[in-house]
Structures are given as structure tokens and as C-alpha cells.
Design a protein around this ligand. Structure first.
Ligand code: NDP
Length: 349
């Protein structure tokens, strides 16, 4: 039998999100009491959380909004551990300051201030991102936890900017205020996998696009994949392992679009509209950069900073210090595709 490190509720902000839902399910399965924050606790759309095993007597949902700082005070009451995942995740928004940066940064500050005021909090785990490490991977350089994205702005990869500013704000807060709790960040790359929520997550959309003919051809794009179930586990381990400290790159393996398409074919999805035309060459890269100016701004700047670049990263720290073993990417890709079919997001065959 496992011994829980706390009998007090573990607070998970943004509990209904793609990653957070797995985290809530994992914590409940381990026997923890969970207090999840959602924007509107009365809404029916959180029914799926209440159906998780153990939710009946150990899950409490409470209202909190990143733009309403006092709303987090009740959320962290009596908690020793707070896992802050809530943050808007979108590449294309109308107003990047209002829609991305403000909720990400003000929300992170609000959660940390509430924890500092509460007094009994021992550790806060913040979901940061690889976006806070780089927004323009360099094929020649292996990224580590020492790297910081210093290129994004409101006009260039604004989502990346919001994540970088939010993580910087978190570290600044603990350094300046010495609040009596430690801060750990989990920095995942592209999180994919089966969804416990009916919503389609931004990152799983890649597979909808790949399987429904949205890409003009096989482009020179590479993704650093990580399974959503591993990301959830990483958050719990960051809470449970006493020595956990600092940032943790949470990414398994980089795969090119060509490799992913080949894998999907091998896995039996060859009769979907997978891209065929080989655009992963110098001429294709040139065309992709040119056409990026016709895409919505966020997607356009993502393409210009990622086409032709192969991210390389070192994930030794999370494996050694938290003992995280990654689910093989091929399994994650198969599970993601089957899950998109099961939810009806793409047709079955
Ligand atoms: P989701 O969009 O599924 O989850 C985002 C969560 O943030 C939702 O629960 C949402 O609540 C909440 N949220 C957004 N705005 C507000 C607000 N103003 N007030 C309160 N809650 C808010 O995305 P993910 O699960 O993928 O993302 C979770 C975290 O992981 C984010 O911090 C994201 O930046 C980070 N991340 C994600 C990656 C990925 O590939 N998916 C990669 C790296 C990091 P509601 O349900 O009400 O909309």
C-alpha cells in the first residue's frame, strides 16, 4: 500500500484541462483528496470529472478565474501542495496581451500570492512549457533546463511569450518573497494522447490535421512529443519526490512529420488522408515560409520559427530525479489516433 504524502486536499488549477484531467484522475487513483479549480463549478461540462473513480468522496470542484486573484484563496486553503496548470493554450488569438499574457502572468502571480498568504503550502508545481525554453529550436544545439526563450514577443509566438513571462514571474516571486514553499516547474513539449475530456486539445489537433488532409504535403516540421499520461505523472512525482527542484524538461522524443506519417501508415491508418507530397526539402521550406504569411498571425510565426528545425533536448533530469519513464512515442501516437476516433473527432474506418 502506498503512503500518501498529504492527507490534505491537493489543489489542481484548471482541473478540466487536457493535462489536468489526467492529473486529477491519477491523484484520485493514488488515494489523494483533490480540490480542482474550474471557471464555473455549476456547469454540466465538468460531469466527466465527477465520474472519475474516487471522485464521489475525494474530489471537490471550486470556482476560480486567473483574472480574479482573490478567487484562488479558497482554492488553496488547507493545502500543502498546489499544482498550477491553468493557462490559456492557443496559437491564434485576437489580442495576445489580453487573451494570453494577462491570464498566464496575472494568474500565476495570483496562485503564488494565495499560497504565500495561506501559509501551510509546502510546494507549488507550475506547468510551464518547452515554450519557455525556446521558440526557435536550433538543430545543432541540445536544449537543457538552463535555456530560456528570450525571443518571443506579443507579435512573435505570443503563446510562447505568455508561458515564458509566466514562468519568469513564478521564479521572481519565490526569489523576492521567500514564501516558505518551493517551486518546481514541469516544461512539457507537445503533449498528445488520449483525452479524458470531450474537448479537442490544441496539441491533439495535429493528428486531426494529419489524418484529414489539412497539410498540403509532408512538411519539414518536427515535434517533440510527450504522452499526456506521462505529463500528469510528472506533476505528481514533482509533488511527491522531496528532492525535486527547479525546472524539468518533460519530452520524450522528436519525430519529423515524415516519420509520423510513416508510423501512422504502419499502424493501419493508411486509408486516411495522410499527406503524400514531399515538401520536406529546401524548395518546400521556402514555400512554407512564404505561405506562412497567409496563415493567422500566431500560426504564421510558429511556422517561420520552426520549419526546417529539429529540436534536440536533454531529458535526463526528469528521468533521474523524478524517475519518470516515458511511454514509447509509437504507442502514444496509436492511442491518440484511436482516441480521436472514439470521441468522433475523426471518422472511424
Ligand atoms: P487546456 O486548454 O486543455 O487547458 C487549459 C486550462 O486552463 C483549462 O482548464 C482552462 O479552463 C484553464 N484556463 C484558461 N484560461 C483560464 C482563466 N482565465 N481562468 C481559469 N482557468 C483558465 O490545455 P492543456 O491541458 O494542454 O494545458 C494545460 C497547461 O499545460 C497550460 O499551462 C499549457 O500552457 C501547458 N502546456 C501544454 C502543452 C500541450 O502541448 N498541450 C505543452 C506545454 C505546456 P476552462 O476549462 O475553463 O477553459
Amino acid at each position: 500500500m502506498t503512503t500518501l504524502i498529504t492527507d490534505r486536499p491537493v489543489c489542481v488549477t484548471g482541473a478540466a484541462g487536457f493535462i489536468a484531467a489526467h492529473l486529477v484522475a491519477d491523484l484520485l487513483a493514488r488515494g489523494y483528496r483533490v480540490r480542482g479549480t474550474v471557471r464555473d463549478p455549476q456547469s454540466d461540462k465538468y460531469g466527466f470529472l465527477r465520474d472519475f473513480p474516487g471522485a464521489d468522496d475525494r474530489l471537490e470542484l471550486i470556482g476560480a478565474d486567473l483574472l480574479d486573484p482573490p478567487s484562488f484563496q479558497d482554492a488553496v486553503k488547507d493545502c500543502e501542495f498546489v499544482l498550477h496548470t491553468a493557462s490559456p493554450y492557443a496559437l491564434d488569438v485576437k489580442d495576445p496581451q489580453r487573451d494570453l499574457v494577462d491570464p498566464a502572468v496575472k494568474g500565476t502571480r495570483a496562485v503564488l500570492e494565495a499560497c504565500a498568504k495561506e501559509g501551510g503550502v509546502r510546494r507549488v508545481v507550475v506547468t510551464s512549457s518547452m515554450a519557455a525554453i525556446t521558440d526557435e529550436p536550433d538543430s545543432e544545439r541540445v536544449l537543457t533546463e538552463e535555456d530560456w526563450n528570450d525571443k518571443s514577443s506579443l507579435s512573435r509566438n505570443p503563446y510562447y511569450y505568455s508561458k515564458t513571462l509566466a514562468e519568469r514571474e513564478a521564479w521572481r516571486f519565490v526569489e523576492e518573497h521567500e514564501p516558505g514553499f518551493d517551486l518546481v516547474t514541469i516544461n512539457p513539449f507537445l503533449v498528445i494522447g488520449p483525452s479524458l475530456t470531450p474537448e479537442i486539445n490544441q496539441s491533439n489537433r495535429v493528428f486531426i490535421d494529419l489524418l484529414t488532409g489539412a497539410f498540403p504535403g509532408i512538411m519539414s516540421i518536427h515535434w517533440g512529443f510527450v504522452d499526456v499520461r506521462d505529463v500528469a505523472r510528472a506533476h505528481r512525482l514533482a509533488m511527491e519526490v522531496p528532492e525535486a527542484a527547479g525546472r524539468y524538461i518533460c519530452a520524450n522524443e522528436t519525430k519529423s512529420m515524415r516519420e509520423v506519417v510513416e508510423l501512422l501508415r504502419e499502424q493501419g491508418y493508411g486509408d486516411y488522408k495522410l499527406p503524400k507530397l514531399g515538401l520536406d526539402c529546401a524548395a518546400g521550406d521556402f514555400m512554407a515560409v512564404l505561405s506562412s504569411y497567409f496563415y493567422p498571425k500566431g500560426t504564421g510565426s510558429y511556422l517561420r520559427t520552426h520549419i526546417g528545425r529539429t529540436p534536440q533536448f536533454d531529458h535526463t533530469k526528469i528521468r533521474q530525479e523524478l524517475g519518470l519513464e516515458f511511454i514509447p512515442v509509437a504507442d502514444t501516437i496509436r492511442d491518440t489516433t484511436n482516441d480521436l476516433i472514439a470521441w468522433g473527432h475523426i471518422p472511424g474506418r
